[in-house]
Design a protein around this ligand. Structure first.
Ligand SMILES: CC(C)(COP(=O)(O)OP(=O)(O)OC[C@H]1O[C@@H](n2cnc3c(N)ncnc32)[C@H](O)[C@@H]1OP(=O)(O)O)[C@@H](O)C(=O)NCCC(=O)NCCS
Length: 170
């Protein structure tokens, strides 16, 4: 499947919200109803941050999305420091996972953060999100234990960070 990534269009927000909820339900993470409502609300994330959509080129249909958080002052920022960008709520339709869309969405966030001159890209992931964590590791993200946190007792969030600064010339 050939996938392109671009900003989500308003008419795609409802479908993308359904995809995010379905992808998180498939993890059997037992999210609360309140968190599911938040996951579904792509319209709000697109208004307050940036929602990038993966589109199946053959059909033109959205198959996944991610929220790119441009900096620490954004309402969707989670423990970001100055000069950092973030990633939230990555999800791909369970029917088409394993074909590269998730990786394409993360790479698009990396490109955005680099183009904006951010020095680091940071995200949090729950322990059962092992597919996502293999993608992060392949793309060079490293664990950042000092930023692990528990927003709600019993919900552990593991921090991952990708350094974007060019290495100093030898
Ligand atoms: C995480 C998630 C978005 C990944 O989406 P995806 O589209 O399946 O991601 P990719 O296809 O890029 O990668 C998944 C796997 O498919 C493999 N893959 C990618 N393209 C492939 C291809 N053309 N042929 C065969 N395998 C392929 C990848 O190598 C990867 O393999 P691995 O699991 O052995 O490491 C998806 O699993 C999801 O929605 N999970 C639930 C929500 C979640 O965990 N979000 C993360 C929040 S931190």
């Amino acid at each position: 499947m050939s996938t392109i990534v671009r900003e989500a269009l308003p008419e795609e927000h409802v479908r993308l919200g359904e995809i995010v909820v379905a992808a998180y339900r498939a993890l059997r993470a037992e999210e609360s109803g309140r968190y599911e409502a938040e996951l579904r609300d792509v319209e709000r994330r697109a208004r307050e941050a940036v929602v990038l959509a993966a589109i199946d080129e053959a059909t033109g249909r959205p198959i996944g999305c991610v929220t790119y958080v441009p900096g620490p002052d954004n309402p969707w920022a989670e423990l970001l420091e100055p000069g950092e960008a973030g990633i939230r709520m990555l999800a791909v339709d369970p029917a088409v996972q394993g074909q590269g869309a998730g990786t394409a969405l993360i790479l698009a966030c990396v490109e955005r953060a680099r183009a904006a001159g951010r020095r680091r890209l940071v995200l949090h992931s729950r322990p059962m999100m092992t597919t996502a964590q293999r993608i992060y590791a392949r793309l060079g993200f490293r664990r950042d234990e000092r930023r692990d946190w528990e927003p709600v007792p019993g919900i552990l969030l593991l921090a991952f960070a990708l350094a974007l600064e060019e290495p100093a010339p030898a």
